[in-house]
Design a protein around this ligand. Structure first.
Ligand code: PMP
Length: 309
C-alpha cells in the first residue's frame, strides 16, 4: 500500500523492488557531480474503467532516446522490460493515480568527467503528485513572465534529450519567475524566438490558428504537446509548428502550457500584459475538456493513449 504521504513504499531498482528508504546512492556517484541522468515523467490516471498510464510507449521511447544520445542505454534492460516495470511499479504500490519517474544515471565508478566507466543505474519511482501549477491554475490560468535566461543553443546541451543537467537551465528560469512573483517563466531560444517553459511546452492561439514552436526551437518534444496537436487537428484547427517571435505572445488571443505535470494550463498574463480578456480562452477550454475527458475515461480513447493497469 502506498504510504499516506503519497510516496511509494517500493522503488524499482535494476530489476527489483526495494524499500523507499533503501533507494540511496553514494556521494561520489557520477550523477551527483556532473548531472549524468536521463529521466521521464509519466502520469497514471484514475479513470472510470480503472487506473491507466497515459502514453506509456511514447515515454519509454523518449527515455531510451535520451539514453542513446548520452551513450547511457541500460545494458541489462530492454524497452519492454522498462515498460513492464513502470506498470509493475504502480501495482506494487497500490496507487490508483500517481506520477511515475523512471531515471537512468551513472553511479559510483570513475571520479573524473568521463562517464563511460561509471555503472548505469535504473530506478523507477512513483508518488502522488497533484496539480503542478496549483489547483486553480487549470481554470483561472497562471501569470508568467518571459525569462531573462534563454534555453540552450543548438549543439550545446541536446534539448531533445530529457536529461537531468538540462534542468539546471529550467531551475534558473523557474527561480527567477518565482522570485518575481510569477508561477512560471517562458524562455526564448538563443535566436530570440519563443521556446518553452521550464517544464512545459507552449501553444499560442491567434485568429483561430494554433501555433507552437517547432522542435528545432530548443524544446523538449513533449508528449502532451503531441497529444494536443492531434486533438486540435481532429477538431479541424490549423496547427502550425513555426518559430514564434516574442511579441506574438502579448498580442495572442490565448496562450497555454502543456506538460505531463502541468497538463493543459492556460496563461492569463505575460509580463503583466493580459492575454485575450485575461481569462481561459474558448479553444484552450475545448482542448482541456477533450484531453481530460480521455484521461478520465469519459471520452473515447480513440488514439489508444491509455494503458490500463
Ligand atoms: N519541456 C520541458 C522542459 C519539460 O520538462 C517537459 C516535461 N517533461 C515538457 C516540455 C513537456 O513534456 P511532456 O508533455 O512530455 O511532459
Amino acid at each position: 500500500m502506498a504510504s499516506n504521504k503519497g510516496l511509494a513504499d517500493k522503488i524499482w531498482h535494476n530489476g527489483q523492488f526495494i524499500p523507499w528508504s533503501d533507494a540511496n546512492i553514494h556521494v561520489m556517484s557520477h550523477v551527483v557531480h556532473y548531472g549524468t541522468a536521463v529521466f521521464e515523467g509519466i502520469r497514471c490516471y484514475k479513470t472510470n474503467k480503472g487506473s491507466a498510464i497515459f502514453r506509456l510507449p511514447e515515454h519509454v521511447k523518449r527515455l531510451f532516446n535520451s539514453a542513446k544520445i548520452y551513450r547511457m542505454t541500460p545494458p541489462d534492460f530492454s524497452y519492454e522490460q522498462i515498460y513492464q516495470a513502470c506498470i509493475d511499479s504502480v501495482k506494487e504500490n497500490s496507487f490508483e493515480e500517481c506520477y511515475i519517474r523512471p531515471v537512468i544515471f551513472r553511479g559510483l565508478g570513475e571520479f573524473g568527467v568521463n562517464p563511460l566507466n561509471s555503472p548505469i543505474e535504473t530506478y523507477i519511482i512513483t508518488w502522488f503528485w497533484g496539480k503542478y501549477l496549483g489547483p486553480e491554475a487549470l481554470e483561472k490560468g497562471v501569470e508568467v513572465q518571459v525569462a531573462s535566461w534563454n534555453r540552450f543553443s543548438p549543439n550545446t546541451l541536446p534539448a531533445l534529450a530529457k536529461a537531468g543537467a538540462n534542468y539546471m537551465n529550467s531551475q534558473l528560469i523557474k527561480m527567477e519567475a518565482i522570485e518575481h512573483g510569477y508561477a512560471e517563466g517562458i524562455a526564448l531560444d538563443t535566436y530570440g524566438y519563443v521556446s518553452e517553459g521550464s517544464g512545459e511546452n507552449i501553444f499560442i492561439v491567434r485568429d483561430g490558428i494554433i501555433y507552437t514552436p517547432p522542435i528545432c526551437a530548443s524544446v523538449l518534444p513533449g508528449i502532451t504537446r503531441h497529444s494536443i496537436i492531434k486533438l486540435a487537428k481532429e477538431f479541424g484547427y490549423k496547427v502550425r509548428e513555426e518559430m514564434v517571435p516574442r511579441e506574438i505572445l502579448y498580442i495572442a488571443d490565448e496562450v497555454f502550457f502543456t506538460g505531463t505535470a502541468a497538463e493543459v494550463t492556460p496563461i492569463c498574463s505575460i509580463d503583466k500584459i493580459h492575454i485575450g480578456n485575461g481569462r481561459r480562452g474558448p479553444i484552450t477550454k475545448k482542448l482541456q475538456e477533450e484531453f481530460f475527458g480521455i484521461l478520465s475515461g469519459e471520452k473515447e480513447d480513440r488514439f489508444g493513449w491509455l494503458q490500463y493497469i
